[in-house]
Design a protein around this ligand. Structure first.
Ligand code: APR
Length: 233
């Protein structure tokens, strides 16, 4: 596997945190079964019912205290520490399990539960507690702090850096994502376009499985450590 591979981009989704005890979005028991996206994950929802939106993210932020990184997060952190070439982990997840496992080369493209964003001045700051609606920003003073989450209809973070890494990639790996949400679902196509190898690790075939050169089906806690072992062999 590692012959001729120098630059790696890894995309992760909710499936990598499932075995840590965090719910995925789609499917039975998924977060979007219990909540409508348009009620809790759009700028319009925040304007219409800030109490409901804040409660949804407060509950998810509190849940982080009960969970731990699993073998898949740990294996990716070990790869990050040991890989001599370029490596970028791009996560759609808003949990903090990659960084708690020790990953450093990491982008949270959909934001972070443990961050609050001022909708007025754009400044983000670490946030661990419940976030009351209309909380004041300590930079600009306006009552505009919101969860630092990229809502549907908003632009994901660091797209230029992600695109640059994809264009230099020799290997693109997608882990634990259903491939239902763009732009992340399209990363495999960029990677293929530049000639990178493409590999999917997922419990079930995803919406975009056919784009990948190779799909391995199973739990991330088994598949990811095995892949990391192959790459570091
Ligand atoms: N190991 C590997 N894959 C798993 C596991 C596991 N233990 N458990 C579940 N999966 C897979 C499922 O088969 C599914 O394909 O993880 C995927 C999770 O898909 P989604 O729930 O759609 O999550 P994700 O792809 O991260 O969602 C993308 O949608 O709602 C938005 O912003 C939200 O970032 C999220 C985005």
């Amino acid at each position: 596997m590692n012959q001729d591979i120098r630059n790696i981009v890894i995309l992760t989704g909710a499936g990598i945190s499932a075995e840590s005890g965090l719910a995925t979005f789609r499917g039975p028991d998924g977060l979007w079964e219990g909540h409508r996206v348009e009620d809790v994950c759009t700028p319009e929802a925040l304007a219409r019912d800030p109490v409901l939106v804040h409660r949804f993210y407060d509950e998810r932020r509190a849940k982080l205290a009960e969970v731990h990184p699993n073998a898949a997060h740990q294996a990716l952190a070990a790869l990050d520490a040991a890989w001599p070439g370029e490596l970028l982990i791009v996560t759609q997840n808003v949990d903090d399990l990659h960084e708690r496992a020790g990953a450093k080369r990491l982008i949270h493209m959909h934001g972070e539960l443990k961050s609050a964003l001022c909708a007025a001045c754009g400044k983000a700051k670490p946030w661990a507690d419940p976030l009351p609606p209309a909380c004041s920003c300590d930079s600009c003073g306006r009552p505009a702090l919101r969860p630092d989450i990229v809502f549907f209809g908003e632009m994901p973070y660091e797209m230029d850096a992600i695109d640059a890494a994809l264009r230099d990639a020799d290997l693109f790996v997608s882990i634990g994502t259903s491939g239902a949400v763009y732009p992340a679902a399209g990363f495999v196509q960029t990677a293929r376009h530049v000639g990178a190898r493409t590999l999917e690790l997922n419990l079930d075939p995803s919406a975009g499985s056919f784009y990948f050169e190779e799909s391995r089906l199973g739990p991330a806690s088994l598949l990811v450590p095995a892949l990391v072992e192959e790459l570091l062999a």
